[in-house]
Design a protein around this ligand. Structure first.
Ligand code: RNT
Ligand code: ZN
Length: 410
């Protein structure tokens, strides 16, 4: 407590009100992806993950049933401070019936709705266009074969209806995010026609929209096995979204290595009500490593809070590490995101913007450097304890206990 009070005084000298930062932070939702719990496997089949993405590692104790996944998820969520949402993929449908991707029934998600309601959480939803025989050649909505395209269009529509159903049941908007794996391994002979086919397929999927479903399209630069061409590129979706009044989802593993999502956020905010994020950690490629408290994450967080855009930037996590305790991966990523938001909230932006406009870049630089070593950790610990979650290494000890009691017995 004394350390926290001391930190409050120090931040005050810089014109930062710690209490209001803590209040603001507790209201910013972070959508926590279910797929960290089981390496993006889902409940449909035991088939390997495909579509240019890959989870590597074989740490014991992976969840293989809805009950196991929900138990792990609930435990992980209990160690994450602040407002959360749960993020689902269509392959996490819970049903005794054989799941037909082009006929996903909304009721398959009733158990998830119950799960979310019990914890007072909102839900986000993603159609799943990968890990399926109909996408085994890496193409879905842009496929040259109309039957394949139509199959995936039906999937997109049936998932849209599911998202609407969830929104009604939960009484809160749902983000529907569409990502497809479509691309080519080697140099294309035709880059345009697949994009025109994708455009036509998307028009069918987005023909009927609902007020309680926020629609997003997620672009990508390349994937494993589809290194030479991605149909749903950044330019493609940015134009598609702008023309059709839907939003873009920016995944920070999906750009050329020197491009940064932090700089894209304000550009998107200049033109759109919403921009959605998949926050991940790309290590040399779209590797989906666990999100850590790093420079670019802090820059992303700054763009959200200093533009007062926390209701317009929809933050979702997207990573999957199968090589370490999956719950510790889950919790570390969410806490890193929350930490970055807090770090960003503890900056005197009015003053900094004033220095920029006044051309006083010397003072701006010096101030920026001083801010880096303020007692941020004491404020973070206070945030966690007010949120009722353990801090320090304590939460990891709880995970170790869960590993011994539950995961090791699987
Ligand atoms: C893949 C995309 C996509 C997936 C998830 C599982 O490169 O990032 O968002 O990771 O939908
Ligand atoms: Zn993503």
């Amino acid at each position: 407590m004394a350390r926290f009070e001391n930190a409050v005084e120090i931040y005050k000298k810089y014109g930062v009100d710690v209490e209001s930062a803590l209040n603001r932070l507790s209201e910013i939702p972070i959508s926590v992806h279910c797929w960290q719990g089981d390496d993006v496997t889902g409940f449909e089949s035991r088939a390997a993950l495909s579509g240019g993405i890959q989870a590597t590692g074989n740490y014991p104790g992976k969840a293989t049933t809805p009950d196991e996944l929900m138990n792990d998820y609930e435990f992980a969520l209990s160690l994450m401070p602040g407002k959360k949402r749960i993020n689902l993929h269509a392959i996490y449908a819970i049903t005794e019936e054989k799941i037909e991707r082009d006929n996903i029934k909304p009721e398959y998600f009733d158990k998830w709705i119950e799960f979310a309601k019990a914890q007072g959480l909102g839900i986000d939803f993603n159609p799943t266009f990968f890990s399926h025989p109909m996408s085994s050649d890496g193409l879905t909505l842009s496929h040259p074969d109309k039957n394949v395209r139509d199959f995936w269009v039906r999937h997109g529509i049936t998932c849209m209806e599911t998202a609407h159903y969830i929104a009604q049941k939960i009484g809160d908007k749902v983000l529907y995010n569409l990502w497809i794996p479509d691309g080519l391994k080697d140099i294309p002979a035709d880059r345009l026609t697949p994009r025109l086919r994708l455009k036509e397929s998307l028009d069918k999927i987005f023909a009927v929209r609902y007020d309680d479903v926020i629609c997003a399209v997620e672009s990508k630069v390349f994937g494993i096995g589809v290194e030479s061409y991605t149909v749903g590129s950044s330019e493609f979706y940015m134009n598609y979204a702008a023309k059709n009044g839907i939003c873009c989802l920016l995944d920070n593993g999906h750009y050329h290595p020197t491009e940064v999502v932090s700089d894209k956020i304000p550009s998107m905010l200049a033109f759109n009500d919403y921009v959605a994020l998949h926050v991940t950690r790309p290590v040399r490629w779209d590797s989906d490593h666990v999100v850590l408290f790093e420079d670019e994450l802090r820059e992303i967080a700054k763009e959200i809070v200093r533009n007062n855009a926390e209701k317009r930037v929809l933050i979702g996590l997207d990573y999957f590490d199968a090589g370490i305790n999956r719950i510790s991966a889950w919790v570390t990523g969410q806490r890193s995101m929350a930490k970055a938001l807090l770090y960003a909230l503890l900056m005197p932006y009015e003053e900094m913007k004033r220095l920029q406009d006044a051309g006083d870049f010397s003072r701006l630089m010096v101030l920026g450097e001083e801010l880096k070593t303020l007692p941020f950790g004491d404020v973070w610990d206070e945030y966690c304890s007010r949120a009722g979650v353990p801090c320090g290494m304590e939460w990891f000890e709880l995970i170790r206990g869960y590993e011994d009691r539950v995961l090791k017995k699987r």
